[in-house]
Design a protein around this ligand. Structure first.
Ligand code: 16G
Ligand code: ZN
Length: 531
C-alpha cells in the first residue's frame, strides 16, 4: 500500500547502517548517540502505530538519563503516562533490529497482529533532554511519525517526568492538569504554596537548599519552577549546565554509587543538599556531618519519610484508606524494619525496575514506591482521590480531620503520579520536613542504615542465575542458594542476594550486615560462590 511505501522511502533517509542488535530494556533503548538514528525513526513509526491502536496520544522521550553525555536513548510513554507495556517492548526490539528491506513486512505484521486501524489519526508528544545528539535524533522520530501521516507535538527540552505528565494531561481531558510546561509548574507550585502556608521557616527547618543539577535538564527546569515559588524555598543551584559536562562527577547516580558529594559544590557541614540525575527522574539528598562524614539520604530514606507522613495524615483524617509501601531487594533492611515496626505501614517487595514497583503500588489506595537509587513516587486510586476531595470540604468533620484531608488533597496535587519526578519529589520532601520542623539530621536520625556492599561479578553466562521471591533467592544454579544461606548465617543482621543485571552483562551481589567489615566480607564470600 502507499502507506508502507512512504515508510520505505523515509527509511532511505534513516537507514540501518549497523548490524549490532539493540534491546528495548527496562529503560528503553540506550547506547551511543551516533548509533541511534534508524532506531529513532522506527520508534517514531511505532509510537504512531500505538497511538492509532490506543486512540490516544503516545509520548517519546529522548534521553539516556544518568549515562555519559555521548550516550542517548528513547523511551515510549503509554496513554496514562506509564511506561510502555511489556508486549510492545518486544515489538520495539524487533522493529529496531530488522533490515531496511524487511521493515515494511514487519510493520505489516504488527498492524495485522495487533488489529490496528491505520485510518485513525496518530498523535505523538516528543521531548528530549540536553544531550548534543538529541536534536537530530528528534528529527528522526518526527520523520518516523510523519511517514505514516501522524502528527507530532514537539516540546523541545523537557525532563522525562514532565513529558509523562503532558501525555497524561492530554489523555485525561484536562482532569490531571494542562498539557503545557506552564501547566506543570502551576499545578505543582499551587499545591506547594498551599501546603507551606505563610511561615517558611519552622523550628529546625530552613527554607534554603543546595541542589546539584547534574549539568542537565533538571537544572533548567528547576529554575523555571523557582519562579513560581515566591521565594518560599530558596534553591541554590550548582552544576547547572553552564560549564560542566552532563552527569560528569555529579548527579544522583554518581552520588549514590560513589557515596560521595558531587564535584562543583561547596563542602560545608550540616547543609541540606540534593542531587538530580540527568533527566530529573531521580533525586537523592545528602549532607556532611561536622567531622566531615558524608551522609546519604537515598530513595529508602525518602520512601520512609513520605510513607510516615502520609500515614499521619491518613490517621488524622479518620478516613478509611489502605496505605502501603513498595520496595525492592536493594532496600536497606533497617528501612524495612523501621517502616514495618515503627510506622506500621505494610511493605511489599518486588523485582528491580520501575514498572514492577509502579504496578504493585496501584494495588493500594495510596501506594508509595521508591527504589534505593532515588526513583519513586506515590499513586492514589480514583476512589481515594474522590473521597479526599469530599472530606476536604466536609464541614461536618472535626477541624483536625478536615485539616488533614485538605493537606492530603494538596499533596495529591503536588505529586506527579505518572513516574518518579525529581522536581515533584523535591517539593514533597521539602513540604514534609517543613511540616515536621525537621533538619536533614533529624530526618536521617529516624533510623540507621545497615552497612552494605554491592559488587559486580563477571561470569560466562549470567542467565544461568535465576531468581525467585522478588530476586531475594536463587533457584539456579543448583546449590547456590544453600551456599549463600550458610554464609549469611555467620553474620549478625546478615542478608545477601545475587541477581543478573538487566542493564549490563554482569551479576550483581548485594550484602548487608551489622558492620561495614562484615558486609564487605559477606559480599566477597558470596561473589566467590557465584564465580
Ligand atoms: C533500570 C531501571 C531501574 C533499575 C535499574 C537496575 C527503569 C526506568 N529503570 O535503569 O529502575 O534500578 O535498571 O539495573 O525501570 P540493573 O538491572 O543493571 O541492576
Ligand atoms: Zn533518569
Amino acid at each position: 500500500t502507499g502507506y508502507f511505501a512512504a515508510v520505505k522511502i523515509a527509511a532511505e533517509k534513516h537507514p540501518r547502517l549497523r548490524e549490532k542488535t539493540i534491546q528495548y530494556g527496562t529503560a528503553g533503548f540506550r547506547t551511543k548517540g551516533e548509533e541511534l538514528d534508524h532506531v529513532m525513526f522506527r520508534m517514531g513509526v511505532l509510537a504512531a502505530l500505538r497511538s492509532q491502536l490506543k486512540r490516544a496520544v503516545i509520548g517519546a522521550m529522548i534521553t539516556a538519563s544518568h549515562n555519559p553525555e555521548e550516550d542517548n536513548g528513547v523511551k515510549l510513554v503509554d496513554p496514562l503516562g506509564e511506561m510502555l507495556e511489556a508486549a510492545w517492548e518486544k515489538l520495539a526490539t524487533k522493529l529496531a533490529n530488522v533490515s531496511d528491506s524487511d521493515l515494511p513486512a514487519v510493520l505489516s505484521d504488527i498492524v495485522s497482529s495487533c488489529g490496528i486501524d491505520t485510518a485513525v489519526p496518530a498523535q505523538v508528544f516528543l521531548a528530549r533532554d540536553t544531550r548534543p545528539s538529541s536534536p537530530s535524533l528528534a528529527q528522526a522520530i518526527i520523520d518516523g511519525v510523519q511517514a505514516i501521516k501522524g502528527e507530532v507535538k514537539d516540546y523541545g527540552i523537557l525532563t522525562t517526568p514532565q513529558l509523562h505528565f503532558m501525555v497524561r494531561c492530554e489523555n485525561s481531558q484536562g482532569q490531571y492538569g494542562s498539557q503545557t510546561e506552564n501547566g506543570y509548574y502551576t499545578k505543582l507550585s499551587n499545591a506547594f504554596l498551599k501546603l507551606r502556608g505563610h511561615e517558611h521557616q519552622n523550628e529546625r527547618y530552613h527554607p534554603q537548599l543546595r541542589l546539584d543539577g547534574a549539568n542537565g535538564v533538571g537544572a533548567l527546569k528547576i529554575k523555571e519552577m523557582q519562579k513560581h515559588l515566591n521565594n518560599s524555598l530558596q534553591i541554590e543551584l550548582f552544576n547547572d549546565g553552564s560549564s560542566g559536562k552532563l552527569n560528569y562527577m555529579c548527579g544522583a547516580d554518581y552520588v549514590k554509587v560513589q557515596q560521595t558529594a558531587p564535584n562543583g559544590m561547596p563542602k560545608e557541614a550540616r547543609v541540606r543538599c540534593a542531587s538530580f540525575d540527568g533527566d530529573a527522574d531521580r533525586i537523592v539528598y545528602f549532607y556532611q556531618e561536622k567531622n566531615g562524614t558524608f551522609k546519604l539520604l537515598d530513595g529508602d530514606k525518602i520512601a520512609t519519610l513520605v510513607a510516615g507522613y502520609l500515614k499521619e495524615l491518613v490517621n488524622s483524617s479518620g478516613l478509611n484508606i489502605n496505605l502501603g509501601l513498595v520496595q525492592t531487594a536493594y532496600a536497606n533492611g533497617s528501612s524495612t524494619s523501621y517502616i514495618t515496626n515503627e510506622l506500621q505501614v505494610p511493605v511489599a517487595c518486588v523485582p528491580t525496575g520501575v514498572k514492577h514497583l509502579h504496578h504493585k503500588a496501584l494495588e493500594y489506595d495510596i501506594g508509595v514506591y521508591f527504589e534505593a537509587n532515588g526513583h519513586g513516587t506515590v499513586v492514589f486510586s480514583e476512589k481515594i482521590q474522590d473521597m479526599v476531595l469530599m472530606a476536604a470540604n466536609d464541614s461536618s468533620l472535626s477541624k483536625d480531620q478536615e485539616h488533614a484531608a485538605r493537606r492530603l488533597l494538596w499533596i495529591i496535587g503536588l505529586i506527579n503520579q505518572t513516574v518518579g519526578d525529581a522536581i515533584s519529589d523535591l517539593l514533597l520532601v521539602e513540604t514534609i520536613l517543613h511540616s515536621k520542623g525537621w533538619s536533614i539530621e533529624d530526618w536521617n536520625d529516624a533510623y540507621t542504615d545497615l552497612p552494605n556492599r554491592q559488587l559486580k561479578v563477571k561470569v560466562k553466562d549470567r542467565t544461568v542465575i535465576q531468581t525467585t521471591d522478588a530476586e531475594r533467592k536463587t533457584t539456579s544454579p543448583k546449590g547456590l542458594q544453600e551456599a549463600i544461606d550458610a554464609l549469611v548465617e555467620k553474620y549478625p543482621d546478615g542478608r545477601a542476594f545475587v541477581r543478573p543485571s538487566g542493564t549490563e552483562d554482569i551479576v550483581r551481589v548485594y550484602a548487608e550486615a551489622e558492620t561495614q567489615k562484615n558486609a564487605d566480607m559477606l559480599a566477597h564470600e558470596v561473589s566467590v560462590e557465584v564465580y
